[in-house]
Design a binder for this molecule. Structure first.
Ligand code: UD1
Length: 336
């Protein structure tokens, strides 16, 4: 059993990882500034795990707050989710992204160093591949930033690599997520974007609940089997399990690792729509719209390295992703 600090632990992936870590026997403390998480999440995490949740409100940009948290608790490792993640917003406000994602990471690393905590799992993204030359995409593919969000994830990865290479005390697990989807089997936590969603799965979910009229399919003339964009969707509970395995590996050895977390299986927009329609019991309305700028036809993980290094394998199906999402959105308490 280890003692873990989870930054951004009330958010979508963070909250599922809280449950997975707790159920694996770890002691977990959450910090979150609730900029993109509901205030009701800690209470619902307590219901799922059957134990009180320690959740402290504050920002990773606040060095004094972090020092206080590290002074009160003795951590073995940190899992760092707290960051901004909307591509379009990053283009409008690049400095916000560089500050929160870049400076937030550095401030956290400083606080860790002061407290002699040298193990960190970092939330990276398949976005670091930009427009990849090969798919399925292996970890050896070149990193290319095509927007400020992607730049901040590349920056984070490079900062950690410099530290691990030059200071033997540090070890990092860098996890490149493909497209997270679905919700917890309890129906108590899931993705809950405040505004109109930008990403496909939460958008489909809003159409399924009747909050939005129809889905726009961005392009049906790509070089893919049905002409619509193909992505590697991974169930958020599988993704959460990837963090448990990454942490176990880091606590066992002082070796850093960098892996894709995906399934290796791609689904098209139309396949997603059809699977979600089956889960919610009605045909969801859609229209074909122009391509979205910056989109690639296919994004798919080469998942072998995560299996070899961490024993990670996604187990849940597309049906599991859609039915758990529907189970969550059909009953969720709005805005908390
Ligand atoms: C997007 C980001 C990526 C980020 C990831 C986080 C862009 C260009 N990329 O990935 O950097 O890491 O989210 O999860 O924003 N689609 C529709 N209609 C919609 C929404 C999406 O047809 O209303 C299509 C897209 O064209 C794409 C697929 O659905 O083919 C998935 O889109 P999305 O969920 O936004 O994810 P990504 O673009 O893969």
């Amino acid at each position: 059993m280890a003692s873990i600090l989870l930054t951004g632990g009330a958010g979508y992936i963070g909250s599922h990882t809280y449950v997975a870590l707790t159920q694996a026997g770890h002691d977990v403390v959450i910090i979150d500034n609730f900029s993109n998480a509901g205030r009701g999440v800690p209470g619902r995490l307590a219901r799922i795990t059957g134990a009180p949740v320690t959740c402290l409100e504050g920002s990773v940009l606040d060095a004094q707050f972090l020092d206080d948290v590290f002074a009160k608790h003795s951590f073995d490792a940190v899992v760092h989710f707290a960051a901004l993640k909307a591509v379009g917003e990053s283009v409008e406000k690049p400095l916000d992204y560089i500050e929160t994602n870049g400076q937030g990471l550095i401030t956290l690393l400083r606080a860790m160093e002061k407290a002699s905590v040298f193990r960190l799992v970092f939330s990276s993204s398949a976005t670091v591949y930009g427009i990849p030359d090969e798919t399925p995409t292996p970890e050896t593919a070149p990193r290319r930033a095509i927007n400020p969000y992607g730049f901040t994830k590349i920056m984070g990865e490079e900062v950690l690599e410099q530290l691990a290479t030059n200071d033997a005390r540090w070890a990092f697990g860098t996890l490149r997520y493909f497209n997270p989807a679905g919700a917890h089997s309890s129906g108590l936590i899931g993705e809950d974007p405040g505004d109109t969603p930008n990403n496909l799965m939460p958008y489909i979910a809003r159409v399924a609940t009747g909050d939005l009229p129809q889905i726009s399919v961005f392009g049906d003339d790509y070089d893919t089997p049905d002409g619509t964009g193909v992505r590697d969707y991974i169930h958020v509970e599988d993704l959460a399990q990837g963090h448990v395995l990454s942490l176990d590996a880091l606590l066992r050895s002082s070796q850093s690792h960098l892996v894709n977390l995906g399934t290796g299986q791609g689904y098209s927009v139309l396949e997603m729509l059809s699977a979600y329609s089956a889960a919610c019991g009605r045909d969801l309305p859609y229209k074909i719209a122009p391509r979205r700028s910056g989109d690639v036809p296919i994004y798919c993980a080469a998942p072998e390295k995560a299996k070899k290094l961490l024993g990670f394998e996604a187990r849940r199906t597309l049906q599991d992703m859609c039915s758990s999402s529907w189970n969550w959105v059909a009953q969720r308490p709005r805005g908390n």
